[in-house]
Design a protein around this ligand. Structure first.
Ligand code: THU
Length: 132
């Protein structure tokens, strides 16, 4: 899957977001190194802090399916927003747990433009388990 398809997938899956409170859909599509594609959406809760973002839904689903650190090729994140929708800081930290700093993160916007960043650019000086 190329970056345009990945972004299109993230945009398409947004329709499954569970967003009764914010009405703010987010879709994320992860590409694994074996070519598998895993989607995530934001899943909200009446206890707002229990909400799970789209990116974490996708990563946690991949882990539940048996994928490991180093298996991740790229992620695309889509929102129905004017500007590019970047992952929140908690999702950046979760991405840093499992993905290489060089992994491409594709952001998109309503105009379907694509901004490509690395995880390192999104989360410089990340706290990692290197010293643990
Ligand atoms: N949200 C995501 O799913 N990903 C992000 O990176 C930003 C925020 C969700 C959480 C909540 O359901 C809604 O967007 C509004 O914050």
């Amino acid at each position: 899957m190329n970056k345009e398809q990945l972004v299109e997938s993230a945009r398409f899956i947004m329709k499954n977001a569970y967003i009764p409170y914010s009405k703010f859909p987010v879709g994320a599509t992860l590409l694994l190194k074996d070519g598998t594609v895993i989607n995530g959406v934001n899943v909200e809760n009446v206890s707002f802090g229990a909400t799970n973002c789209a990116e974490r839904t996708a990563i946690f689903t991949a882990i539940a399916q048996g994928y490991k650190k180093g298996d991740f090729e790229a992620i695309a994140v889509a929102g129905d927003t004017e500007d590019f929708l970047p992952p929140c800081s908690i999702c950046r930290q979760v991405l840093a747990e499992f993905c290489s700093p060089e992994m491409p993160v594709y952001l998109t916007n309503r105009k379907k433009e694509i901004k490509e960043l690395t995880l390192r650019e999104l989360l410089p000086y990340a706290f990692t388990d290197l010293e643990m």
